[in-house]
Design a protein around this ligand. Structure first.
Ligand code: AMP
Ligand code: ZN
Length: 311
């Protein structure tokens, strides 16, 4: 039999999720954390996208939109499997013959695992929007470094009945590659900017040190040092719960990790540092729904204007 992937049941009661579904903002599927988006939800996300462009598009920003898949080799080289093997989705495909196809059909018929007939391909599902940037930046950066505006549909294997914890969601990011002082200053100026961005949307964010969900026993150490060194900050607001806040944005400083791994150098030959500012598009949209209601037509006029939502 196919192993149960998650103890979570898609029918588990979740009032906020139900409200989103009832309002036609999200369309549930038989898999937890995988939704269709209704027109109103897409209008909110489009408004956010435009507002974010206005916020971070300094002169010289390169805009790149990535597909939801990326190179497996680059994820391997980047160390993702060391830190987050439990979140990664891989793309497998069938490359067999008639007999192999027959085995698949029989296994499906019997409700058995047919993964044995599938082969790992060159692709994985993008776990974050910024990952493809680092291998593509190998070599020497321009004198001013590089600033990129990226987005991708991302996948993380974390099934949950919480509508704010999706398996497939959109992430928009600004990425800075330069010398350490420039990157740190860039990350620092994003703290008030990110807070103001969310406040202008009628939200009341907390900025707090955070850590990524590193895997295993070794992961606990990595998580503790990441938080202690202030390498990850999150902006938290109520989304699914008023009590337990959810991160809708993160500010991440990778120091020399990607520069060293992918041989990215500054104009004077030093290893480049990197940082990124990430926006969870669906999470911000859900936080807005939590704050202002399921009907965007009834939201405060200033918020509607910022998101260019039709009157
Ligand atoms: P991270 O790389 O974990 O800091 O993620 C960047 C942003 O993506 C977070 O601040 C969230 O807004 C969003 N995000 C991360 N995981 C999920 C998820 N499972 N479902 C929806 N949004 C997510
Ligand atoms: Zn990033």
């Amino acid at each position: 039999m196919i192993a149960t992937i998650s103890p979570v049941s898609v029918t588990e009661a979740h009032p906020f999720r139900q409200a989103l579904v009832d309002a036609g903002l999200l369309f549930p599927s038989d898999v937890p954390g995988v939704y269709g988006r209704g027109a109103a939800m897409e209008a909110i996300v489009a408004g956010l996208d435009a507002a974010i462009s206005g916020l971070g598009s300094d002169d010289g920003t390169s805009v790149i939109r990535f597909p939801p898949v990326m190179s497996r080799a680059m994820i391997e080289r980047g160390g993702y499997l060391r830190s987050f093997p439990h979140l990664l989705g891989t793309v497998h495909c069938f490359e067999g013959d008639d007999a192999g196809q027959e085995r698949i059909l029989q296994q499906v018929e019997r409700g058995e695992d047919w993964g044995g007939e599938q082969r790992l391909t060159d692709l994985v599902l993008a776990p974050a929007a910024c990952y493809p940037i680092y291998p593509a930046s190998a070599g020497t950066l321009p004198a001013a470094g590089r600033l990129l505006d990226v987005s991708a549909y991302c996948f993380r294997h974390e099934a949950s009945p919480d509508p704010a914890r999706m398996q497939a969601f959109r992430m928009r990011e600004f990425v800075r590659l330069a010398d350490p002082a420039t990157v740190e200053a860039w990350r620092d100026q994003w703290q008030p900017r990110a807070l103001q961005f969310l406040r202008d949307l009628g939200l009341d964010p907390r900025l707090a040190p955070a850590n990524d969900p590193f895997f295993g026993r070794g992961g606990r150490l990595l998580a503790a040092s990441q938080a202690a060194d202030g390498l990850k900050l999150e902006l938290l607001v109520p989304t699914s719960s008023d009590v337990k806040l959810t991160a809708v944005m993160s500010l991440n400083y990778h120091r020399e990790h990607f520069g060293e791994t992918f041989a990215i150098r500054t104009a004077d030959g030093a290893i480049a540092h990197s940082a990124c500012t990430a926006f969870g598009m669906e999470r911000i949209a859900l936080a807005l729904v939590r704050a202002h209601g399921v009907e965007p037509g009834d939201w405060p006029a200033e918020v509607r204007a910022r998101l260019r939502l039709a009157a």
